[in-house]
Design a protein around this ligand. Structure first.
Ligand code: NAI
Length: 326
């Protein structure tokens, strides 16, 4: 059984190849992303395996169907880059709903600690034997209020971590978890009260630009924003304005609205065409990692095994429980 594997990185080959071989699946690795121009590479394949920045729109779905591809196996949890409604009844889709909520939640806390204790600045200074402490004053997380938007698998692990730091946790979720012991509040109250806000909800019509110039004005002055979810939760231009106005204290971004053209690539030595991204990165109180939160050995192993198992289960006509549109 052949599977076209798009947007391949070295770590994908390392984690997928042995398990796929063991299970009798032949992976055809392509570095290119899946889109209208590359979809024909899936010719002769039973399934395609795609990731967060592949473009799976109506045109791509139609062409996959014409090529006889039966299954779209997403090797990620989020699927906002797939036209789900259009895919219904045309191609089946599976995903990896959970591979390591710890990986993402721990990365969110790593970004927060780096930011509030200025580790990113100190690291660069001491590399140059600059041992000055000027400008490195941080603040204690203990006793601060953290607002968590989205209390699913990742949000809950993040809540536990924050409680371990002695933070006061409040949360907003469109579908609050009953009897969870989580202190739910309305979104505008969370925005108003939080010293730190971390986003762990999916990107949907409701959450698109949940942080905009309008909502930024409701935030506490000096708030730290953490986004390890999807870039378009935050209007990047409004964020930049909020930082320039010194209303937002810091931003920790593992995702960016227009990340598709930049993240996962080595663009050192290139001129970055996105002025907003370049300006954000230039700010001393903005930390950007390039969609790295999932990247742990444990997560990669789970992603590879679940994706391969999803394909095998589907090929036998059975359900894995990881179907999206069926
Ligand atoms: P989950 O499905 O377990 O939890 C999502 C939570 O968001 C649910 O409790 C849901 O009720 C809530 N929600 C849905 N609509 C909402 C809304 N309009 N407002 C507030 N909350 C809403 O998902 P999980 O596994 O916790 O992942 C969360 C997000 O993290 C994913 O959607 C994905 O975008 C992102 N992610 C990022 C990764 C990275 O490497 N940066 C890796 C994996 C996931």
């Amino acid at each position: 059984m052949k599977v076209a594997f798009f947007d391949t990185k070295n770590y994908d080959i390392t984690s997928f190849e042995p398990y796929a071989k063991e299970k009798g699946i032949k992976l055809k690795f392509y570095e290119t992303k899946l889109n209208e121009d590359t979809v024909d590479l899936a010719k002769g394949c039973f399934a395609v395996c795609a990731f967060v920045n592949d473009v799976i729109n109506a045109e791509v779905i139609d062409r996959l169907c014409e090529l006889g591809v039966k299954l779209l196996a997403m090797r990620c949890a989020g699927y906002n880059n797939v036209d789900i409604n259009y895919a219904k009844g045309k191609i089946d889709i599976v995903r990896v709903p959970a591979y390591s909520p710890y990986a993402v939640a721990e990365h969110a806390m790593a970004l927060l600690l780096t930011s509030v204790r200025r580790v990113h600045r100190a690291y660069i200074r001491t590399k140059d034997f600059n041992f000055s402490l000027n400008g490195l004053t941080g603040f204690d997380l203990h006793g601060k209020t953290v607002g968590v938007v989205g209390t699913g698998k990742i949000g809950r692990v993040f809540i536990d971590i924050c409680r371990g730091f002695g933070m006061n946790v409040i949360a907003y979720d469109k579908f609050p978890a009953k009897d969870s012991g989580i202190d739910y509040v309305e979104l505008n109250e969370l925005f108003r009260r939080s010293d730190v806000i971390s986003f762990h909800c999916p990107l949907t019509e409701d959450t698109y630009h949940i942080v905009s110039s309008e909502t930024i004005s409701q935030l506490k002055k000096g708030v730290v924003l953490i986004n390890t979810s999807r870039g378009a939760l935050i209007d990047a231009e409004a964020l930049l304005e909020g930082i320039k106005a010194r209303h937002i204290g810091a931003a920790c971004l593992d995702v960016y609205e227009e990340e598709g053209d930049f993240f996962f690539e080595d663009l050192s030595g290139h001129i970055i065409s996105d002025d907003i991204l370049a300006r954000l990165i230039s700010m001393p109180n903005v930390i950007v990692t390039s969609h790295q939160a999932f990247l742990t050995n444990e997560a990669l192993e789970n992603i590879a095994q679940t994706t391969v198992d999803n394909i095998i289960t589907y090929s036998k006509g059975e359900k894995s429980g990881n179907e999206i549109n069926t």
